[in-house]
Design a protein around this ligand. Structure first.
Ligand code: NAP
Length: 352
């Protein structure tokens, strides 16, 4: 007689979008963590790869279904706004804790938008649908929160340098394809040939060709000229910091880096703030690595790290203004590791 299957100890956890870029990072951080995953159910579109490895076991990927997801205690959504809208509220209403990395619910007043180092206190036992932040905002948010506590943040101006992985697998594929198609034809000593080669690249997933380029459009443009990403960063920063009147102006730019979003930011304060005090505050801030004055972070240097790295700290041109450069890995602190931290916080509180 076959023996009954031994039930794995730990929680039943679902990951919707497990085969995507954030999904794979999430599986990797869960695997490395001591988070008590018992059964892991992984979901995808059903059209791509058929299985994934987790802790040495091969798990079959399938399209999500309410019946399979309802058996989970916790579900991570790392797929798309549309998929999250379709499944996440119903699951949360059915008692499953849902941590959603899409932008579908981030600004919903009933949904806590959480960066645990900043606002874990906003978690509530009856709010089972929880949103993770926009990946461009998370690093800036950590630095801004630390300085806000010190001198009262009044204004944020920033320009982002966003990696292509922030736009998903298809965009990354497009960058690699375009880069190969150009590098095969060019030699450094013949810069005169670059212009036609660059102009011959065609846009696909992103609004312009991204290889060897910088594209000042992330998302669609609103009537006031701001892009979707710029508006998200501003609105989410206000929500996470609990500062509805914070003045924010961002220019979001996609650059052909692979992973890691960087921002040059100018932060204005209500009270005087010296560079030395700002440096001390950032050194002590949870989740922040303050680089030494002789060093600075880069997206490549921060790839695979879960903290936000700050460098180039200096006085701004205005009174009570600090200028800085902040870099964080969009797939980790911008999504997967932040979501795991939220789950760990729920566990610590005994809510899972
Ligand atoms: N990339 C980032 O830096 C980042 C940062 C923060 C938040 N986010 C958010 O995280 C989510 C995932 O982003 P990503 O960059 O990982 O995207 P991605 O690489 O394009 O992956 C998308 C995932 O969703 C799955 N999927 C597609 N349609 C589905 C459906 N109908 N039902 C179930 N699964 C479906 C895909 O499955 P297949 O493999 O089968 O196609 C894949 O696993 C998005 O909501 C994004 O806004 C991304």
């Amino acid at each position: 007689m076959p023996r009954p299957k031994k039930k794995a100890p730990g929680l039943c956890v679902g990951v919707v979008g497990a085969s995507g870029m954030v999904g794979r990072e999430l599986l990797a951080v869960l695997e490395k963590s001591r988070f008590p995953v018992g059964d892991l159910k992984v979901f995808s579109s059903g059209r791509g790869v058929k299985s994934l490895l987790f802790r040495g076991r091969r798990l079959p990927l399938s399209a999500p279904s309410l019946s399979a997801l309802r058996g989970c205690r916790l579900a991570f959504f790392v797929s798309s706004d549309e998929v999250s809208r379709r499944w996440a509220p119903a699951l949360a209403a059915a008692g499953v804790w849902v941590i959603d990395d899409s932008s579908a619910f981030r600004l919903d007043p009933r949904v806590p938008l959480i960066i645990p180092e900043i606002n874990a206190a906003a978690l509530r036992p009856h709010r089972r649908l929880i949103a993770g932040p926009n990946c461009t905002m998370s690093g800036l948010g950590l630095a801004a929160a630390a300085l806000d506590r010190t001198a009262g943040l009044k204004e944020v101006r920033a320009a982002s340098y966003q990696a292509v992985s922030g736009a998903g697998q298809a965009a990354l594929r497009e960058l690699l394809f375009q880069a190969r198609s150009v590098t095969g034809r060019l030699r450094a000593e013949r810069a005169d040939r670059f212009a036609p080669a660059l102009r011959s690249l065609r846009a696909g997933v992103l609004p312009r060709a991204i290889a060897f380029n910088a594209v000042p459009q992330v998302g669609g443009f609103a009537a006031d000229g701001y892009s979707g990403e710029e508006l998200k960063v501003a609105a989410e920063l206000r929500k996470v910091l609990g500062a509805p009147r914070l003045s924010v102006s961002v220019t979001a730019v996609r650059v052909p880096t692979l992973r890691g979003h960087a921002l040059a930011a100018w932060l204005g304060f209500k009270r005087p703030l010296s560079v030395a005090r700002a440096r001390a505050a950032l050194k002590n801030a949870p989740g922040v690595v303050m680089m030494s004055p002789s060093d600075y972070p880069t997206p490549a240097g921060c790839a695979g790290r879960t903290e936000a790295f700050v460098g180039r700290l200096r006085r701004g041109a205005r009174a009570n203004e600090i200028a800085l450069w902040v870099v964080s890995d969009n797939l980790l602190k911008g999504a997967a590791s932040n979501s795991l931290q939220i789950a760990q916080e729920l566990l610590r509180r005994g809510w899972l």
